[in-house]
Design a protein around this ligand. Structure first.
Ligand SMILES: Cc1ncc(COP(=O)(O)O)c(C=O)c1O
Length: 768
């Protein structure tokens, strides 16, 4: 399907559209000319205010035409023409704005407005076809520029309808049309997907592996926009970005300093590089939410101490430099580090810094995140090490799944040499890249450059409105009945505004969106629950929404009744609301570029309906018929409230949160490096061992329970007495699953087997 000019409508804003006078007549003629002769599409709007609402809600306008002198007597008009133009220009730097003026109108237009617009049209004197032609010219010029370089070239190529004699085998989609299943796929995706699915043999599009031609240009452009010296497009996710980074800097027996709260891809990075990992443990609050690693852990003394105490690193290697540090920023729950402060510590003892910002590619584009992301613009001194950043562009920006970026900032002295680095890049890349994915990275870059701050501000403000609404609902319910309940939000309770503390829900959303301070963790106001918070060290990202459920207070005291978050999120899924992560008493939703107010409304209505069903202890079979059908012995005849409390009592009696806390404070003894554990898997020197039998054994693979989604054990670590709390926690999870079937949650690296109707956890361990 070709994109035509009617795909880029023209917004014409004038109160004169229906006027029975010469101006009204000419406006209607202009619309007809544009639509019938020029094949454009016109969207009329009758007031500046309405026009602005329409403009705000969509980004596909090809040109905006504004009647500058709407008669003053129009009672409908609440906005002035100049405000309208200023607001539009603020939201969108590029779209052409043309003013329709009368003979004397131009004299009245302030200079700052004239600077913001692309031209004026004399509405009563020029011919209709001339006016339409001017508008069309502006539209076409603009639309040409909308396409960033790679995407533009790809579209141009696809529109040339060349005969393909190269891979991929479907050859522009034709291959699919030979069989009904293929036709179904073709029709579902549409022709453009296939015509732009090309092979590396198309020279116009450059080479991803060599970073040449338009692909190379797009990467360089992304580097500029994201503040990097080099940017690489990686088409197999941030999992691979992490491995490319590590492979480029570490070899056998190098020492790496790794956040235990790391993604599993970093474990695999240790495996492939054959490095010695030295771990740092993040803080955790009483609800189980993972917080920042202590700053003191990054000091040269602490790092050296950890290395000297490590039992695996041979003595003669202990004085070697730490080749890489890896820190997750932001965490899943939206804890972002003040990178400037951390760098000052780490640069004293680490040769390369790696910030895994898979969930945080947008940070650079809004001032609220100032200094809290890897590619910050602070002054780098000459001893500064190179900084690597991983971005899952596909996660919270707009790119196809698996489309990620790898950013590098050179060190003060140590520059990353592209040719050397590219060896690692090529080791992890396919020789058949997906061009649509590249285009999506190119476009994501352009979107952030053009509208990043505005888009981010919109979603931050939206998230804050939702945060405030949740508090307001709870407050309202409690006003009527002090014992009533609602879900909470993990966020500041009070905010300082002009020196005065105000309840969060009463603070203006724009104020909260434009000030970093309310979100920065302090030790004085410990709403976050992390002990000994360092000054100006970490903040909460407002768009990561952690909802809390009743059952535990901020100090960790469990109430007699409670609502486990997994019951809530199971209910929400049935209502079409899919959460990002579920912990014991909290769940996480992400407000990203794709979030709409309708989505928020659906969420609130589902949460309120859960509350209603809970309060009346509605039969479980009404909400979860499949669960009750599958496990009638456990759940038949049980009400929702009773069910929540059964699970809650189990958690309380078995101190599950404390057990989790204890388990995650342990860094087990290492019997071997992660790489060696993997070698055992390859050599088939491994066997499944059930958890009950695991004491004294060495798991060969990493175990990652959800919640909290961070590794509890790495491959090669020993399940011995020191790891006792880990074994106990996993045991508790196993028992829980047997008592509450249907609530199995993911544990990577752990399999379930069944015997005599009971489930047992087992994992691959190194043979004795
Ligand atoms: C911190 C972190 N790093 C890396 C990744 C891997 O990203 P991707 O899914 O793009 O491979 C994830 C995925 O969840 C992650 O959470």
């Amino acid at each position: 399907m070709k994109i035509t000019r009617s795909s880029w409508p023209i917004l014409i804003v004038s109160g004169q559209f229906n006027a029975q006078n010469d101006e009204g007549f000419r406006l209607r003629q202009l619309t007809t000319e544009l639509e019938e002769i020029q094949h454009c599409k016109v969207i009329p709007s009758f007031s500046y205010e309405d026009g602005y609402e329409v403009f705000r809600s969509r980004s596909d306008f090809g040109c905006i035409v504004v009647d500058w002198d709407i008669p003053e007597e129009n009672p409908e008009e609440k906005m002035t023409a100049d405000t309208f133009v200023i607001l539009m220009r603020k939201r969108h730097k590029g779209v052409p704005i043309l003013l329709l003026t009368g003979r004397l109108g131009i004299e009245k237009i302030p200079v700052e407005i004239l600077k913001d617009v692309n031209g004026c049209l004399w509405k009563t004197a020029d011919t209709i076809s001339f006016l339409a032609g001017r508008i069309e010219i502006h539209l076409l010029e603009y639309v040409k520029k909308v396409y960033p370089s790679f995407f533009g070239t790809l579209v141009k190529y696809a529109n040339e309808y060349k005969y393909a004699w190269h891979t991929p085998g479907h050859m522009g989609g034709e291959g699919f049309l030979r069989s009904p299943a293929g036709v179904a796929l073709y029709k579902f995706y549409g022709e453009n997907v296939f015509r732009s699915d090309l092979s590396v043999s198309v020279p116009e599009l450059g080479s991803l592996l060599e970073h040449s031609g338009v692909v190379g240009d797009a990467e360089k452009n992304s580097a500029r926009v994201f503040g990097a010296d080099h940017t690489y497009y990686v088409l197999n996710g941030t999992s691979n970005v992490n491995q490319i980074i590590w492979r480029s800097q570490l070899v056998r027996d190098d020492i790496a300093f790794v956040d235990r709260n790391c993604h599993k891809s970093l474990n695999y990075a240790m495996v492939i590089t054959d490095a010695f990992p030295v771990y740092i443990i993040p803080r955790r609050n009483k609800r189980g939410i993972i917080g920042p690693v202590r700053l003191s852990e990054f000091s040269p003394e602490s790092i050296r101490k950890k290395i000297s105490e490590d039992k695996l690193i041979p003595e003669d290697l202990k004085a070697n430099p730490v080749k890489m540090s890896a820190l997750t920023n932001s965490t899943y729950d939206g804890v972002c580090y003040n990178v400037v402060n951390i760098k000052k510590q780490l640069e004293k003892s680490v040769e390369n810094l790696h910030f895994d910002e898979a969930w945080y590619a947008y940070a650079r584009f809004h001032p609220i995140y100032k200094n809290h992301y890897g590619m910050t613009e602070d002054e780098l001194d000459e001893n500064h090490p190179p900084i690597f950043c991983s971005h899952s562009t596909h996660k919270l920006l707009t790119a196809f799944s698996q489309a990620s970026m790898l950013h590098i900032k050179n060190g003060g002295k140590v520059k990353i040499n592209h040719d050397e680095f590219n060896e690692s890049y090529m080791m992890h890349g396919s020789t058949s890249p997906q061009y649509s994915m590249i285009a999506s990275l190119d476009v994501a870059t352009r979107m952030m450059e053009d509208n990043g701050e505005i888009m981010m501000n919109d979603i931050i403000v939206d998230a804050i409105h939702l945060r405030k609404k949740i508090v307001a609902i709870e407050k309202d319910l409690k006003k009527k009945n002090k014992d009533d309940w609602f879900f909470g939000m993990w966020q500041p309770k009070k905010v300082k505004v002009k020196g005065k503390l105000m309840p969060f829900e009463d603070v203006d959303a724009e104020f909260l969106a434009s000030n970093q301070e309310p979100w920065v963790f302090t030790s004085r106001d410990n709403w976050h629950g992390f002990e000994d918070m360092e000054k100006n060290y970490a903040m909460l990202d407002p768009i990561k929404l952690t909802f809390t459920t009743p059952g535990i207070n901020d100090k960790g005291k469990m109430d007699s009744e409670g609502i486990p978050a997994s019951v809530v999120t199971n209910y929400l899924i049935d209502k079409g609301v899919v959460c990002e992560k579920t912990d014991y008493y909290s769940f996480l939703l992400l407000n990203s570029l794709g979030t709409t107010e309708a989505k928020q409304g659906t969420l609130l209505s589902a949460m309120l309906s859960f509350k209603e069903l809970y309060d009346k202890n509605a039969p479980l079979s009404q909400m979860f018929p499949d669960l009750v059908h599958e496990y009638p012995d456990e759940y038949k005849g049980v009400g929702l409230k009773a069910h929540c409390n059964d699970i809650h009592r189990y958690f309380k009696e078995h101190r599950i949160l404390e057990k989790m806390q204890e388990a995650f404070q342990v860094i087990p003894d290492q019997a071997m490096k992660p790489s060696e554990a993997y070698h055992q898997v390859v050599r088939k020197n491994v066997e499944f061992v059930e958890l009950d039998e695991m004491m004294g054994r060495t798991p060969a693979v990493m175990m990652v329970p959800y919640p909290p989604g961070i590794p509890i054990m790495m491959g090669g670590e020993m399940m011995n007495e020191k790891a006792g709390p880990i074994s106990e926690y996993l045991q508790l999870r196993q028992d829980f699953e047997n008592i509450f079937p249907g609530y199995e949650s993911e544990i990577h690296g752990v399999e379930r087997t069944e015997r005599d109707g009971k489930k047992f956890f087992r994992t691959l361990c190194v043979k004795k």
